[in-house]
Design a protein around this ligand. Structure first.
Ligand code: SAM
Length: 228
């Protein structure tokens, strides 16, 4: 198999060992293939809404010779996983809003999961805030750079009470959800570059006269100062 992109590599690396993992919105099937070949999951499901991506996944599965260790499932989000005893779900390369919609559409499937590894292409704050409000603690997170873009990957586990990741003095929950509490705590160097890019983008808007961005600009300024 060809090597995974830095983005998908980060997704796979954040998965804890499990029996069955489902990659929802799998497209090419590279995440399910990697988790079974590396022994991170005993069995994986490559799930997608559409047949065309699953045809690509089918070809990749055959090439990787994973046999029955990966099952292809066609259907809508987590609903397609009903009755399949899945422990872990990965979702990558779709928007944060869509991820939340897919998670909320199948509470019965969600209740049986022990981990979620999510790489939203946009709105990571929406995903972190949803997790925090729905009993999922942020276990770890990574930021990677590729093709001139930044990608964040978040690993969540079921948790009780307040998520300790957000116990950071001097920062609001909203700011932490936007920046990433572990990225901030770790002084992550890629997150530092991303924060600088966010800061410069918002400052340019403010200079152009866009209203209502003072608080956001202050958040990015503070994050840049801490991560510098
Ligand atoms: C941009 S691709 C991302 C592929 C892969 N996960 C990655 O990160 O490289 C998004 C995939 O999500 C699938 N998708 C979109 N909506 C979906 C849904 N409701 N349920 C399952 N898959 C969906 C699309 O068919 C497409 O294959």
């Amino acid at each position: 198999m060809s090597r995974l992109s830095a983005r998908l590599e980060a997704v796979v690396q954040l998965v804890s060992p499990c029996r069955t993992l489902a990659d929802v919105g799998t497209d090419h099937g590279l995440v399910p293939i990697a988790v079974v070949l590396r022994g991170v999951a005993t069995h994986a499901i490559a799930a997608d809404l559409r047949e065309a991506p699953l045809a690509v996944a089918r070809r990749n599965l055959a090439r990787a010779r994973v046999g029955k260790r990966v099952t292809i499932v066609q259907g809508d989000g987590l609903i397609a996983l009903r009755g399949r005893a899945v422990e872990a779900v990965t979702m990558a390369g779709i928007s944060g809003q869509l991820m939340v919609r897919l998670l909320e559409a199948a509470p019965d499937v969600l209740a049986g999961l022990t981990q979620l590894v999510l790489q939203p292409n946009s709105e990571p704050a929406v995903v972190r805030a949803w997790a925090r409000g729905h009993g999922w603690h942020l276990r770890d997170e990574r930021m990677v750079e590729g093709d001139g873009r930044f990608f964040v990957v978040c690993a969540f586990v079921p948790g009780v009470g307040e998520d300790p990741a957000y116990a950071v003095a001097g920062w609001t929950d909203a700011a932490l959800a936007r920046i990433g509490p572990w990225l901030l705590a770790r002084r992550d160097p890629i997150a530092a570059r991303w924060c600088r890019a966010q800061h410069d983008r918002v400052r340019a808007l403010v200079v152009d006269g866009a209203p209502g961005l003072a608080a956001e600009l202050a958040t990015w300024q503070a994050a840049c100062a801490l991560l510098a």
